[in-house]
Design a protein around this ligand. Structure first.
Ligand SMILES: NC(=O)c1ccc[n+]([C@@H]2O[C@H](COP(=O)([O-])OP(=O)(O)OC[C@H]3O[C@@H](n4cnc5c(N)ncnc54)[C@H](OP(=O)(O)O)[C@@H]3O)[C@@H](O)[C@H]2O)c1
Length: 285
């Protein structure tokens, strides 16, 4: 039995779709969700849905009964994640899970990304737990940028603070497929996969691609980290999100989002999705 946490989230749904596409039977999959009612469609498809909330350590042990392999999709509750993940790892240990795959972040150890700290703490908790595990160190999603494409076109500029940093992103679905390959396969215990897109770009190059496809001028405007954060707050983002995005760009400027190992495409057996394809999707939406 393969269980996936965050099954009602964007990555979780794509992982379950990829498992089914790769031949795993629906009755071998357990969707773990804190709001099981959001997974009614999965249940209809024959996937077992179980209540699973990272804040309920005892209930999680019951939620993991009979699970052989578990994908722990990192929580989106920043600041709470390390504790929540530790509780999941403890529950997995009690339930006798044979493989725990964790979605960490690219080059977690030593990363300049502020958000890497909770991933490193989780990796350390996994190492100390003795639970057989594999680390899926995911790079940036193409989709992190596509949300901003319509407003960049409307305002005639792409703002950022990543300087000349190159970003090796891939589509969220590419990372989901990699997770499905690892969950459905064998021989992954103890491995660390640094997962990123096949090609990389600077934000100036991304802006040029958006401009080319939109047929409008969209220059890249590189701002100091604090100014970029202020600009994000001004357009309505909550302060912690603005802080995270500005910090991530500043880290990208130092190379934190670059990787040319092509481990992701090797794992999924095909090229990763170019950012231009995700830009086209965003412009069509
Ligand atoms: N690599 C990247 O570029 C990138 C970008 C953004 C995020 N991430 C990380 O990757 C994760 C997956 O990405 P995503 O796009 O699928 O994010 P997402 O759509 O926000 O999904 C996060 C999932 O976590 C679940 N969750 C949050 N708190 C929980 C709790 N207390 N108990 C149980 N489940 C909980 C959410 O449940 P609900 O469905 O009930 O809300 C949701 O299903 C994110 O959570 C974040 O850690 C990575």
């Amino acid at each position: 039995m393969i269980a996936v946490t965050g099954a009602t989230g964007q990555l979780g749904r794509l992982v379950i779709a990829a498992l089914l596409k790769n031949g795993v039977k629906a009755d071998q999959i357990i969707a773990l969700a804190r709001h099981p009612e959001k997974a009614a469609d999965l249940e209809k498809d024959g996937v077992q849905v179980r209540d699973f909330n990272y804040t309920q350590p005892e209930a999680m042990v019951i939620g993991l009964e009979g699970v052989d392999k578990l994908l722990l999709i990192s929580s989106n509750e920043l600041g709470q994640r390390a504790t929540q993940h530790r509780h999941v790892i403890e529950a997995a240990k009690k339930a006798g899970v044979k493989l725990l795959a964790y979605t960490s972040v690219l080059h977690a150890t030593g990363s300049a990304l502020g958000l890497a700290a909770e991933h490193v703490q989780t990796e350390q908790a996994l190492a100390a737990s003795g639970v057989p595990h594999v680390l899926l160190r995911n790079g940036w999603y193409n989709e992190n940028y596509t949300g901003g494409v319509p407003s960049a076109v409307a305002h005639g500029a792409l703002l950022g603070a990543a300087g000349e940093g190159r970003i090796s992103s891939a589509a969220r679905a590419d990372y989901a497929e990699a997770a499905a390959v690892v969950l459905a396969g064998e021989g992954h215990v103890g491995k660390t996969y640094e997962l990123a897109g096949d090609s990389s770009y600077t934000l100036a190059e991304l802006a040029a691609e958006i401009a080319r496809q939109a047929g409008k001028q969209v220059p890249y405007k590189d701002l100091p980290e604090a100014e970029y954060k202020a600009a994000l707050i001004q357009v309505g983002l909550p302060e912690p999100v603005a802080e995270l995005l500005a910090n991530s760009d500043a880290a990208a400027a130092k190379g934190a989002l670059f990787d040319d190992s092509k481990v992701l495409s090797k794992l999924i057996g095909r090229a990763t999705t170019p950012v231009a394809e995700s830009v086209a999707l965003a412009l069509r939406a």
